[in-house]
Each structure stands twice: as C-alpha cells, then as structure tokens.
Design a protein around this ligand. Structure first.
Ligand SMILES: [Zn+2]
Length: 450
C-alpha cells in the first residue's frame, strides 16, 4: 500500500501541470508561514520564496540576500538571522549550509526548517530570543540550486557546469526524458520477454536519443563534479598519483581547479567575510555527525572539543527522531580531500561538522555502523516493465529504480527529521563561543586597505 501511495504521488507530482506543486507550496509559505507542511517535498522555488517571506514578515530579525549565482544563473540565497539588541561584532557567528549535493533534498528541508523555526519563534520562545540576541545565524538552505532543481527529474549529486559526456562537442546533448509519461526516468535494458533479470543488458537511460548517436541518454544534465571535493584546501591532495591514496578525484570529480565552481567560490567568499565560530554542512546518505579531518586520521587541534560536541549533536538527533545515528572523525568514515569542513576548519579555524540527516531504508542490526543507522522506512522496490519495441529497439525493458521512483517524494516522517536536524544545530550553537572563532588570514580579506 505504501508503495502504491508513493508511486501514485510521484506520478501525480510529475504529471501535474508545470508549477502546480511549487505554486501551492509557495502560496502557503507566502500567506501563512505557520501552515507549511514539512512532510512534503519542496521545489527550489519554495526554498527561495520561503527565505524572502521570512525576511519580509520578520524584517527586524531576518535578512535574505544572494551570495552568488550558479551556472544557470540561479541565486544562491543566504538568510541572516539575528536581533539588533547588541553590536554584531560582540555576537557569535554560526553558519549552516544545506544541499551541496543536489539530490540530498532532505538537507535543504532541514536547513530551511531551521531558518523558519528560528524566525517564527523569536517573539514567543525565550530560548529563541536568547539565541538571536547573542548569535548571528547564517543559513544557506540550498548551496547547489541547479542540482536541486535537476533532481526533480532525476537525482543528481552534481552541479550543472556545462559538460559533454559523450564527446560530440555539444553539452548536455542527450538529457533524460520521461518518454512514457509515468513520472519516472527508467534505466533501459534489452532482453527477451521471458528472460531472467541477470540476462538483460543495459543500453542506456530513458531518452528519445536526442543526439541520434544510437545510445540513449548518454549526455545527461549533470557535470560529473562533486562540489564537496573542490574546496581550496588540499585540493586533489593524494589524489593525483597513478594509484591514488584517496578517492582518485584528480581532474574529474574534483573539477579543473580548486574552488573553480561558482557555488563553492560563493560559499568560500561569503564565509571569509564573516566571523564564524561553528558551521554545519548538511547531507543525506548516512545518519551521523562527522568532524575534521577528512583527509587524514590525524587529530585536529580542537579534536577533543569537536568530538564532544559531535557526540552531543548525534544524541540530539537520536532523541528527537527516534532513529540511530553515529559520530566519527570524517576520515574514519571514508577518506576524502578538499571537503568543505576541511577548508572551513583548516583555512579559517571554524569548528565544523557534517550532519548526515537521512539514510533511506531498513537497518541491518548486525551490519556495519552505517547499516545500523537508517531511517527505518519502506522504500519502493525496483520495478521491471516489459515494453516490447521502443524507439526502434526490440525487446526493451524499463527498470524503474527505487531512487528514480522516489523523485519528488519526501520520506515518511520528514517533519521529525528536520526537527532532529534543528535540535542538533541548536546543540552546536550552544557549544559556542569556544575559542577565538574564525581567523581569516589578512591576504584573504577584502577591503581593509588591501
Ligand atoms: Zn552529500
């Protein structure tokens, strides 16, 4: 039944006339900020108008502004939340960055929810008043709006740097398209009608083969770049050898140069102009809180402090959501370089945490720690649909993967998830100030006679 419901919703969301879903959500956010349904999947337009509506309706404590633009000229919006009770320089700076990975949409929901919760509770909740009187909270709910928007068609992690995957000198020349109108982009296979799954051969992704090269969907709208491997700190470190020690990201996932992507440049430049004590970057895929370093098992200078805080943040997530989370140094989870938290801690000395808010599916209590920590929800099973002749090819099968079916569908109890993320962020906020806060090197500062 659950499966049917989510499939039905997927179809409904995607078949509905363009803008229907976002128009409804935006209107709700615009007219009544109290009636937002946090169990729903929200479009990029929703997140943008939510911040605008919050700053329109709470002008004394909220300001919204773009900190940069994407390849598609979408705005990367930040909301700044603080009261005017004391001088900003006497306050503690906190940053929350959501959705560096486009398909990790629950991270954007968590960040937007936190902004919404702080703004709408300032007048009624002493705790919130106390926070905004003493802290400046900068929240960027969607750092990768191009990837976020694209993920309503097919889930992609990347941004939309113009890319030519199939080498025909035209960027994005064969994007995915829902050719049969079921709301799902299928993996395309061939195999006889009575064939076993293992005997079917994958020939591409659902697309009319726009570029007529005989391969379906071989130049989709995604860049190959993982923004969270492109920060200007140990960029490609240990990745450039023939046998890379880390992820082998040189010149591929890590881009052409450190901080070459507009989204990363925007966030780096923004953080360099602010005095910030702590930062959380939000993700999905596992359920945990991770601390620097990502590139080495060595302990950073503030390891003891950050480990304690990350444990408290993990406990807050567990208490509020009723699900299991873990806390670790990021390297011990898996090694990477040029991640945001290594840049923010390594360059600026900001206490930095990666919060992974959601891993879909049922847990395996006897498995590895990440297999034990999941959202405990039911995901739709992969579906195989025999299509016969399709686009001039005989014996075509559509495989609708679980993740393709989940496009546009929020996980069950997402409202609990965003509440948990908010409580974890509050825990981080209360842990500061500890130490001097970020130290921006003089050569990185703008103005000041440089
Ligand atoms: Zn991620």
């Amino acid at each position: 039944m659950k499966k049917f419901t989510s499939l039905f919703l997927t179809a409904l969301l995607l078949i509905a006339p363009c803008g229907y879903v976002s128009a409804q959500s935006n209107k709700e956010a615009a007219t009544n900020l109290k009636s937002i349904n946090w169990d729903q999947r929200h479009t990029i337009d929703f997140h943008e108008s939510l911040l605008k509506n919050l700053s329109d309706q709470y002008p004394k404590i909220a300001k919204t502004y773009p900190i940069g633009h994407t390849w598609r000229e979408r705005k990367i919006n930040a909301i700044e939340l603080t009261s005017n009770t004391k001088n900003e320089k006497d306050k503690t700076g906190i940053a929350v960055i959501g959705n560096i990975h486009g398909n990790e949409q629950e991270s954007a929901e968590s960040a937007s929810y936190t902004a919404w919760w702080l703004a709408t509770n300032y007048d009624s909740d002493k705790k919130v008043k106390n926070i905004l009187d003493n802290y400046v909270i900068y929240i960027v709910p969607v750092m990768n709006p191009d990837g976020y928007a694209q993920s309503f068609i097919y889930p992609i992690r990347e941004n939309l740097r113009p890319t030519d995957r199939n080498g025909n000198n035209i960027v994005f020349s064969d994007p995915y398209k829902d050719t049969d109108g079921d709301g799902i982009i299928a993996d395309i296979y061939v195999g006889a009608k009575n064939s076993a799954i293992k005997d079917r051969k994958k020939i591409g992704m659902e697309s009319p083969d726009w570029d007529k090269n005989g391969v379906f969907g071989d130049d989709p709208k995604q860049s190959n770049i993982d923004l969270n491997r492109t920060f200007d700190y140990l960029w490609n470190y240990l990745d450039v050898d023939a046998n890379p020690v880390l992820g082998g990201n040189a010149y591929t996932r890590a881009g052409s140069n450190p901080a070459a992507e507009p989204e990363v440049k925007a966030v780096q430049n923004f953080l360099m102009t602010k005095k910030i004590h702590a930062l959380a970057t939000l993700h999905t895929g596992i359920q945990c809180v991770l601390t620097p370093w990502c590139n080495t098992s060595e302990k950073p200078k503030d390891a003891e402090f950050m480990e304690k805080v990350s444990l408290d943040m993990k406990n807050a997530l567990e208490k509020t959501t009723g699900r299991k989370f873990y806390a670790k140094q990021s390297y011990d989870d898996y090694p990477t370089s040029a991640e945001m938290i290594d840049w923010t801690y390594g360059r600026l000395g900001i206490h930095s945490y990666t919060i992974e808010v959601y891993a879909g599916g049922k847990s395996n209590p006897n498995g590895t720690i990440d297999e034990q920590c999941t959202w405990e929800n039911e995901l739709p099973a992969d579906q195989w649909v025999y299509k016969g002749e399709w686009n001039g090819v005989k014996d075509v099968w559509f495989k609708n993967t679980s993740k393709a079916q989940m496009v546009g569908v929020a996980p069950s109890e997402q409202s609990k998830m965003v509440e948990g993320a908010k409580d974890s962020i509050l825990t981080m906020i209360y842990s500061e100030p500890y130490g001097p806060g970020s130290e921006v090197p003089g050569y990185l500062l703008w103005g000041n006679g440089w």
